[in-house]
Design a protein around this ligand. Structure first.
Ligand SMILES: Cc1cc2nc3c(=O)[nH]c(=O)nc-3n(C[C@H](O)[C@H](O)[C@H](O)COP(=O)(O)O)c2cc1C
Length: 392
């Protein structure tokens, strides 16, 4: 079959036509006027890298090390709840890719399959993401389950103390558990490709639902609008004492918070504004990354997401201080554009471009990419910088 996906935009367009509108909007949407979502990627586009010439770059490797994991690529799967809504069986496809490409799959608290099933499917290439959900007993149980299932790494997400206002979801009446009315039924009926595939999958596996909740002994229900405000500094301190594996704190944007988190013994900080899905007025994620790198120094691993839409973006984030990059919506667009094939396609697109960009800036190893690869570190001014300096 001729290849149909060359860019994330290609995948996004196909996903948009195949998925019921309310699901596409749930994935693509953000909070408020969604301007932060756009700015995240625009800011990455603005970064300039310096081409370097006459270097032997014939043997390039994208492999890198993050928190003791030898990964074949400098990127992994960001935690995303209910991935099976993007395509039935998505969890399995992602687990297979994680194992084959030796990259971490971050398993959401609200994953569509159980955390035990996913780490088994991923041959161990999985990290567990924790929300401090309503019930402390449920949260305790999740941490114990993750330990029993041999997760090496826990990601504690801290940027969702309360749900944000996502206008698209409100307009579409999108909720979990699902509300069914005429417009929702019409939406599903008018996207038969996704709906029939999901029906066939559900007959064998049951309707998509957050399985860590469904299998909990605490009978805790997944309520999307529930507050997660139990996540405070005291909670983090107790979690650090309880969890003996690697601990990553996700959703950090303020340098002062980052310094405190480092002092409390976290193993890595995950700089993210949730892809613009939480505080729309927050700083652009790549700007937070550079500030946090300055604040915590070079001995603290930083993981980065929000706005990554190409392999070029991955290399830029590393040049600006990230040790590892996570892929969010683009994974969902890959899945929605063509299930397992779409996902694999999109990961190839990112990897091929990252490798090409790396060669064009004269680098052969991910560990050698740093701020010296930025055009600005060679005295180059971008057109924006020039306009600013002329104005000043
Ligand atoms: C559909 C969807 C579900 C998400 N669910 C979670 C989640 O359960 N836990 C979490 O920490 N982050 C969640 N996120 C945020 C992602 O982990 C990531 O921070 C974000 O998608 C990065 O931005 P990007 O999509 O612009 O790359 C979700 C994002 C999306 C798009």
């Amino acid at each position: 079959m001729p290849r149909q996906i060359y860019t994330i935009d290609d995948a996004q367009r196909r996903a948009k036509s195949r998925l019921p509108k309310m699901l596409y909007d749930f994935i693509a949407g953000a909070s408020g006027d969604e301007s932060l979502h756009d700015k995240n990627s625009q800011a990455l586009n603005e970064v300039r890298l310096m081409p370097r010439v006459l270097r032997n770059i014939s043997k390039r490797s994208l492999s890198c090390q993050i928190l003791g994991l030898e990964a074949d690529y400098p990127f992994g799967f960001a935690p995303m709840g209910m991935t099976n809504l993007a395509w039935p069986g998505a969890d399995k496809f992602m687990a297979k890719e994680a194992s084959q490409r030796r990259i971490p799959l971050c398993v959401s608290t609200a994953s569509s399959s159980t955390l035990e099933q996913i780490i088994a499917d991923a041959d161990g290439y999985a990290w567990f993401q924790l929300y401090a959900d309503q019930s402390p007993d449920f949260v305790d149980e999740l941490v114990s389950r993750a330990e029993a299932a041999n997760y090496s790494t826990l990601i504690f997400t801290v940027d969702v103390p309360i749900p944000s206002v996502r206008t698209r979801d409100l307009k579409n009446g999108f909720a979990m558990p699902m509300h069914w009315g005429p417009s929702q039924i019409w939406d599903f009926a008018s996207h038969p490709r996704w709906t029939l595939a999901t029906l066939a999958y559900s007959i064998r596996n049951g309707l998509p639902k957050p399985m860590n909740y469904a299998t909990s002994s605490q009978k805790t229900k997944f309520i999307r609008k529930a507050s997660r405000d139990a996540a405070d500094w005291g909670f983090l301190s107790k979690l650090r004492d309880k969890w003996r594996g690697k601990l990553i704190i996700k959703g950090v944007q303020c340098p002062e918070d980052a310094i405190r988190i480092k002092a409390m013994g976290a193993d890595a900080i995950y700089v993210s504004n949730h892809g613009g899905r939480q505080l729309n007025a927050a700083p652009v994620s790549i700007h937070s990354l550079t500030q946090i790198r300055q604040a915590v120094g070079h001995d603290m691993p930083l993981i980065f997401d929000s706005g990554i839409r190409s392999g070029e973006h991955v290399i830029k984030a590393i040049a600006l201080g990230a040790d590892f990059v996570m892929l969010g919506r683009l994974v969902m667009f890959g899945l929605g554009s063509g299930g397992a094939t779409g996902l694999s396609n999109i990961l190839d697109v990112i990897a091929d471009e990252a490798s090409a960009v790396m060669g064009l800036i004269g680098q052969t190893q991910v560990s050698d990419i740093d701020e010296y690869c930025l055009a600005s570190s060679h005295g180059y001014l971008s057109s924006q910088d020039m306009q600013r300096s002329v104005a000043e």
